[in-house]
Design a protein around this ligand. Sequence first.
Ligand code: PLP
Length: 440
Amino acid sequence: MQGKKQMSELVAFGSRHIGRGIARMSEIAWERGEGSWMHSADGKKYLDFTCGIGVTNLGHCHPKITKAAQHQCGQVVHAQCNVGYHGPQLQLMEKLLPVMPHKSLDTFLFVNSGSEAVESAIKLARHSTKKQNVVVMQGGFHGRTIATASMTRSKTIYSAGFGPMMSGVFTTPFPYEYHYNLSRAAQGNKSDDACADEALWQLRLLLKQQTAPSDTAAIILEPVLGEGGYVPAPKKYMQGLRKICDEHKILLIIDEVQSGFGRTGTYFAIEQYDVRPDILVMAKGIANGFPLAGIVSRKEIMDSQTPGSMGGTYSGNAVACAAAVACADVMREEKILQNVKARGDQMRAGLERIRKDSNVGPLIGDVRGLGLMLGLEFARTAPTGISSRVQQNCIRNGLLILTTSVFETLRFIPPLTISDEEMSHGLEIFEKSLHEAATM
Ligand SMILES: Cc1ncc(COP(=O)(O)O)c(C=O)c1O
């Protein structure tokens, strides 16, 4: 599998036989991953600031997680959830219960992907409230299945041409301070709180004008918009949502598929808001790359469901659960949250320093995010396509990085295990790549 020629053959074969619906940021064939690094088939190594879109949070092939999965492969791979319980799933719930953002979240359902988990949350909300409509956020992303694409507002590509979409979905503005201020520059800047007030007012209007509370089952949002640009919700907004949900018996669904499992510096981002979710959606970092996702809610809500109405063939796969148990141990043993704090501060300081550089600083409009989930949005005055150009320069220079949203934005999602030196190295590559783009 080594050698440049072989890599080009692999890539040609892949591009011929993989459908175009899958986008790719590079034409690289990967051979292996180790910690913060990805190794290509032609022998190059790349620092991975994508983590497979926020999945391999504990680094590629973490030895403890690999060992746990290998062991489980020799015990039982598929102990189907309708047939009985299996050890790894029971152990996983034991590990997750103490880290839930609220003690009322005590009853689980495991599935295979984030979209499936979001769909499960919507089924649960509709069934338990006996109401149909769902309110989603402008810029929100919840997946690519028909139901979750119907609830996605980060880009039109997820729904264009796929209709009819699921009905009963209503969109409310997300308080996005940087954008509010761009569109209102003439009227002066608005604070985070003022943006939150305005967005809450819009939501109250929506509930009066478009979807009556008596028809509205749930409001769903990501605490930090992921595909919508790495934008954290203001605390005042999140708390206002909780209040509106309580007033109208609407369930608050928090989608932590991308922000969960330490990414933002707390186990779940919602902990930073002092807000109780009714349903929490989890995936990605839960098992460091093994396909596992889930929802958790109050027992009385979860037990309102008819046996057999939820789940699926592979729900809560034993190998994926064993990997997730090991992830929970690594989170604790390696003090991952402490590292997120230190490396998150380092990354933010690095990006802010680059922003002060008189050559490239004016290209940068906004640096935002929580923990190791940071977004950098280019200024409106920066050339169109700048984010993709910087991304491609980074790849050429040995750093994998993703764009996000319909705006010129890069997102930084390094492994939560990243070292001080690796972070400095990644920032250096980013800075060099930005300078190269500025002089192109
Ligand atoms: C917040 C959020 N929800 C849901 C999903 C869908 O997850 P999946 O791609 O596993 O179906 C994603 C995926 O990126 C996500 O970021």
